[in-house]
Ligand binder design. Structure first.
Ligand SMILES: NC(=O)C1=CN([C@@H]2O[C@H](COP(=O)(O)OP(=O)(O)OC[C@H]3O[C@@H](n4cnc5c(N)ncnc54)[C@H](O)[C@@H]3O)[C@@H](O)[C@H]2O)C=CC1
Ligand SMILES: O=C(O)C(=O)Cc1ccc(O)cc1
Length: 366
C-alpha cells in the first residue's frame, strides 16, 4: 500500500524533499503550492505525483503533511490545519529555518490531538523555486528534528523512517537550541553578508570602480546576500531575539578589531588572523553543513583554444556529470587552473581518473 505524503510549498526545499522521498517507491506525493506556475512545473518535472488545488483535498488521506513554505506562512497554515480534516495519526512536520515560533504554534495543534514534529534540513542554497530542486540536496547534511516533549517515540520513528531516503543526518534538538545555533552559523551571517554588500554599494557611489575590483574573497563571503529577501525577512523576524544578542556580541568583536587598529601591534594582528584561520581550517569537512556542497577538482590547463571543451568532452564520453566549471587564472602561455565541480566525491574521483587517462594535465584536490 502507498504511503501518502502531502507537501505544501513546492520550492527549492519542498521540491528537493519530494524528489528525495520518491527514492522510496511506495511513496505517493501530493503537492500544493499557492503559485500555479510552481505547481504545474512541479508536476511537469516529476517532482510530485499529483496536484491538489487546496491542502484539504489530500490532507485527510495523507500519512504525512510537510510544510515547506516560508516560516511565517507555515504558522498561518498551521492555524488553518484544523479545518482540513486531518487524522490524529498523520505526522505533520515542516522544513522552516526557525523553530521557536513554529513549535509554539505546534503546541496548539498538539493540544488538540495532532502529531507535529518540527524539522529543518540544514542544507540549501541561495537559489529558490522548484526548478532548483535536487534529490541529493540533503545527503550528509544535518536534518534537525524538534519533537515536542509530548511526542510519542513511535511518532518520531515514523517521521525518521519517512526521512531516511534523504540520507540526511537526523538529530534532535529543542527549538531553543536550534534557533540559537542557527543564529550563529546561518541567520547572522546572512545579515553580515547583506551589510557588506550594502557597504560596497555606498562606497561605490564615491569611487565607481570599487565594485569592479570585488574579487573572489568578496564574492565568497557575500554569496548568501543573493538569497531570497522575503524568506530572510521572515527568518530574521522570527529569530530577532537571538539575532539582537548576536549583534551585541558582534559589536564587542568590532570594538576589539578597532582597538587592534588603534594600537597597532603586528603580533596581535597576526594572532587575530591566525586564531580565526586555525578554527576555520579545523571545521568538520565530512558534512555538507548548511550549504549544498560541490566537490571541486583543480586541473592545470594550458591556454589554447578548445581546451575546456576537450576536457568536458572526455568527461561526457565517460558519462561523468559535472555541476560547475570555472577558470581561476589564464594568461597567454601560462597554465591556468580549471575548477570542475562534481556532485559527489565518487564523481570527482572518476573525473580525475578520466582526465589522467586522456591528458597529461596535472590534477589536484584542494
Ligand atoms: N532555501 C534554503 O536554502 C532553505 C530553506 N529552508 C526553509 O524551507 C522553507 C522553504 O524554503 P525554500 O524552498 O527555499 O523557498 P522557496 O521560495 O523556494 O519555496 C517556497 C514555496 O512556498 C510557496 N508558498 C508561499 N506561500 C504559500 C502558501 N500560502 N501556500 C502554499 N504555498 C506557498 C511558494 O510559492 C514557493 O513555491 C522555508 O521555511 C525556509 O526557511 C530550509 C533549509 C534551507
Ligand atoms: O546557501 C547557503 O549557504 C545557505 O545558508 C543555505 C541555507 C539557507 C537556509 C537554511 O535554513 C539552511 C541553509
Amino acid at each position: 500500500m502507498n504511503t501518502n505524503v502531502l507537501i505544501i510549498g513546492l520550492g527549492l526545499i519542498g521540491g528537493s524533499l519530494s524528489l528525495a522521498l520518491q527514492r522510496n517507491p511506495d511513496i505517493k506525493i501530493y503537492g500544493y503550492d499557492q503559485d500555479e506556475q510552481s505547481l504545474m512545473m512541479a508536476k511537469k518535472l516529476g517532482v510530485i505525483h499529483e496536484i491538489v488545488n487546496h491542502p484539504k483535498e489530500a490532507a485527510n488521506c495523507s500519512d504525512y503533511i510537510v510544510f515547506a513554505t516560508p516560516v511565517n506562512i507555515t504558522i498561518e497554515l498551521m492555524k488553518d490545519l484544523p479545518k482540513w480534516n486531518v487524522s490524529n495519526t498523520t505526522v505533520i512536520t515542516d522544513t522552516g529555518s526557525t523553530k521557536k515560533l513554529i513549535m509554539k504554534q505546534a503546541e496548539q495543534l498538539i493540544n488538540e490531538g495532532y502529531q507535529f514534529i518540527g524539522g529543518h534540513p540544514m542544507a540549501g542554497s541561495h537559489k529558490s523555486g522548484v526548478a532548483a530542486a535536487k534529490a541529493h540536496l540533503f545527503e550528509n547534511a544535518f536534518y534537525v528534528l524538534t519533537p515536542h516533549p509530548a511526542t510519542k517515540p513511535a511518532c518520531l520513528s515514523k517521521l525518521e523512517s519517512l526521512l531516511a531516503p534523504t540520507k540526511g543526518k537526523l538529530v534532535k534538538l529543542t527549538a531553543e537550541e536550534h534557533d540559537q545555533m542557527t543564529a550563529v552559523v546561518s541567520h547572522f551571517p546572512h545579515l553580515i553578508a547583506a551589510s557588506l554588500v550594502r557597504q560596497l554599494k555606498e562606497k561605490n557611489k564615491v569611487s565607481p570602480m570599487t565594485k569592479h575590483l570585488a574579487a573572489g574573497g568578496f564574492r565568497d563571503i557575500t554569496r548568501i546576500a543573493s538569497s531570497n529577501p522575503v524568506m530572510w525577512r521572515d527568518i530574521t523576524l522570527q529569530n530577532r531575539d537571538k539575532l539582537i544578542g548576536m549583534l551585541e556580541d558582534w559589536q564587542e568583536e568590532m570594538e576589539t578589531v578597532k582597538n587592534l587598529l588603534m594600537h597597532p601591534d603586528p603580533e596581535r594582528i597576526e594572532e587575530f588572523f591566525s586564531a580565526a584561520k586555525k578554527f576555520r581550517d579545523d571545521l568538520p569537512v565530512n558534512t555538507s553543513g548548511a550549504v549544498y556542497t560541490e566537490y571541486d577538482l583543480y586541473v592545470d590547463i594550458p591556454d589554447y583554444p578548445g581546451v575546456i571543451s576537450e576536457i568536458t568532452g572526455y568527461l561526457a564520453k565517460d558519462e561523468i556529470s559535472i555541476t560547475n566549471l570555472r577558470i581561476i587564472e589564464t594568461r597567454t602561455d601560462v597554465f591556468g587552473v580549471l575548477v570542475i565541480s562534481f556532485q559527489t566525491p565518487k564523481d570527482r574521483e572518476r573525473g580525475e581518473a578520466c582526465i589522467k587517462t586522456y591528458t597529461t594535465f596535472d590534477t589536484y584536490i584542494s
